[in-house]
Design a protein around this ligand. Structure first.
Ligand code: FES
Length: 126
């Protein structure tokens, strides 16, 4: 007897939530989910991560600095020259540092892991 196969089309969700794994400065992993189009800084703050985001995404501080896991870094849209300039002022910068206010969540980075630095500089002017 042949197996019964349902011919009903699968309902597809309009979008899938994008997962983010934050690694705290103490090494604890905290997972969060957000809609595509969300900004990483907002998701981090919503998950209780201690990122000040003093300039609210205007690239005038570096208090949203995160360290992206190396396997995810290349999947991000490259940093702009302005972001690179601001990262130069951040404390504890590494080769995979980014400003979380400049990272928009997309399905391409579902599962991304970022570390929260244990030090930050607020270089905001004005
Ligand atoms: S919140 Fe200030 S540079 Fe990201």
């Amino acid at each position: 007897m042949p197996a019964r196969v349902s011919m009903r089309p699968l309902r597809r969700r309009e979008f899938e939530l994008v997962k983010v794994c934050f690694v705290t400065s103490e090494g604890e992993k905290v997972t969060a989910e957000a809609e595509p189009g969300s900004w990483l800084l907002d998701v981090a703050q919503g998950a209780g991560m201690p990122l000040e985001g003093t300039c609210e995404g205007q690239m005038a501080c570096s208090t949203c600095h995160v360290i992206v896991a190396s396997e995810w870094f290349g999947k991000l849209v490259p940093a702009s020259a302005d972001e690179e300039d601001m990262l130069d002022l951040a404390a504890g910068v590494t080769q995979t540092s980014r400003l979380s206010c400049q990272i928009e969540l997309t399905e391409a980075i579902d599962g991304i892991e970022v570390q929260i630095p244990n030090i930050s500089n607020d270089m905001q002017i004005g």
